[in-house]
Design a protein around this ligand. Structure first.
Ligand code: PLP
Length: 376
């Protein structure tokens, strides 16, 4: 039986054509027409002044932090319930991450706890250089509350929209709210360039600096002249060709992922102790991954691991929700502000196969196997 992946690449019609064009015109380089076109598609779609395509979402976060002047010894407040790549670049900058727990409506950074952490750290005389907000699994964070806090304390927000291309909050796209937003086009994302990312911003100065330092910070001169540290972070014109084709099918990909979410929800409707993350009013999720949560009142602690193992024997890939960063050994020395919410989600939740290339009958089979295993 072929493997049912959580989220695998799903090509459209034209990706190959744009890649072949790059070959036939010899634009096999970290710049070229596909890069320009892809960046235009992205900025228009998200509704920001500009997008710079880069070779990963992690690189985009690194540049965002570094260009917003995050330096050695600064604090960066970061959502705890996320993938480690949201926080690794804080360390690259020599800064210190402080992890903030989630609220229950969206599973993203809790604005109240964030404000408490800011007050607490300011009182201790610390400099907070940035806030990293994540739109996890495609669900937008509570941006109104978060933007008010950002303005009140004059701390810039960087939006980690790696999982949220196509999601929006009050009809405004995720990735367009913060001083900078980042996207990922890793192979498991809603669209992919095989690997890649982008930095989004309305700040033209920040965009210009991103273009400069992401291409080795070469100053204008007949020889190689550098007055600052650069990075080799640009996306190739080959990969951008894939992205260009993928952008054409993004609306269909979102529609399909949302339909998969609905199918799971309907499949388990009426089952006590099983819940799905609902969209609050004004929140639109691309439903990158459908997640299922088991209430411990009805299911044993450990249910998700035995279920995951059972599905694995059937070649069905599932995965526990993100292990919060405040629980990660690599960050054990870091400060965190917790409320138990992300710990509980990690203990009781599972990501289900959600790829837009999965048929209704495959999802039906996953639902039936879960029910069979749980005896429902
Ligand atoms: C929330 C989040 N942030 C950052 C990243 C990093 O993106 P990339 O893999 O493109 O470096 C990912 C995905 O991999 C992610 O899921």
């Amino acid at each position: 039986m072929s493997r049912i992946w959580l989220s695998s690449p799903h090509m459209g019609e034209n990706e190959k054509k744009f890649v072949e064009e790059a070959f036939s015109t010899n634009w096999v380089a970290p710049l070229g027409p596909n890069v320009d076109f892809f960046e235009k598609q992205l900025s228009e779609y998200v509704g920001v002044k500009a997008a710079v395509s880069l070779n990963s979402g992690t690189a985009a976060l690194h540049l965002a932090l570094s260009l917003l002047d995050v330096n050695k010894g600064d604090l960066v407040l970061c959502q705890s319930f996320t993938f480690a790549a949201s926080a690794f670049p804080i360390i690259y900058c020599g800064a210190e991450p402080v992890f903030i727990d989630s609220e229950t409506d969206t599973w993203n950074i809790d604005p109240q706890l964030l404000e408490k952490a800011i007050e607490d750290q300011l009182q201790k005389g610390k400099k907070i250089a940035a806030i990293i907000v994540v739109h996890l699994y495609g669900m937008p964070a509570k941006m109104n509350e978060l933007l008010s806090i950002s303005e009140k304390y004059r701390i810039p927000i960087i939006e980690d929209a790696a999982e949220a291309l196509g999601s929006s909050y009050n009809n405004k796209a995720c990735g367009s709210f913060g001083k900078a937003g980042i996207l990922s086009f890793n192979g498991n994302k809603i669209i992919t360039t095989s690997g890649g990312g982008a930095l989004l911003s309305n700040d033209e100065n920040l965009i210009a600096k991103t273009r400069h330092v992401s291409a080795q910070a070469k100053d204008p001169a007949p020889y190689y002249l550098h007055t600052q540290i650069g990075y080799n972070y640009r996306l190739s014109n080959i990969c951008a060709g894939i992205g260009r084709g993928q952008m054409e099918v993004l609306p269909q990909r979102i529609e399909k992922r949302r339909a998969i979410f609905e199918q799971y929800k309907i499949g388990f409707s009426g089952v006590e102790g099983i819940s799905f993350l609902e969209e609050p009013n004004g929140f639109f999720s691309n439903r990158w991954l459908t997640t299922i949560v088991f209430d411990e009142k009805y299911f044993k602690l450990g249910t998700i691991e035995t279920l995951r193992q059972y599905l694995e024997t059937l070649n069905i890939e599932t995965r526990p929700l993100w292990k919060p960063l405040h629980q990660q050994p690599v960050f054990s020395d870091c400060k965190s502000y917790n409320n138990g919410i992300s710990d509980k989600l990690f203990d009781t939740g599972l990501c289900l196969p959600s790829g837009s290339n999965l048929s209704e009958s495959v999802i039906e089979n996953v639902i039936n196997e879960i029910k069979k295993h749980l005896g429902i």
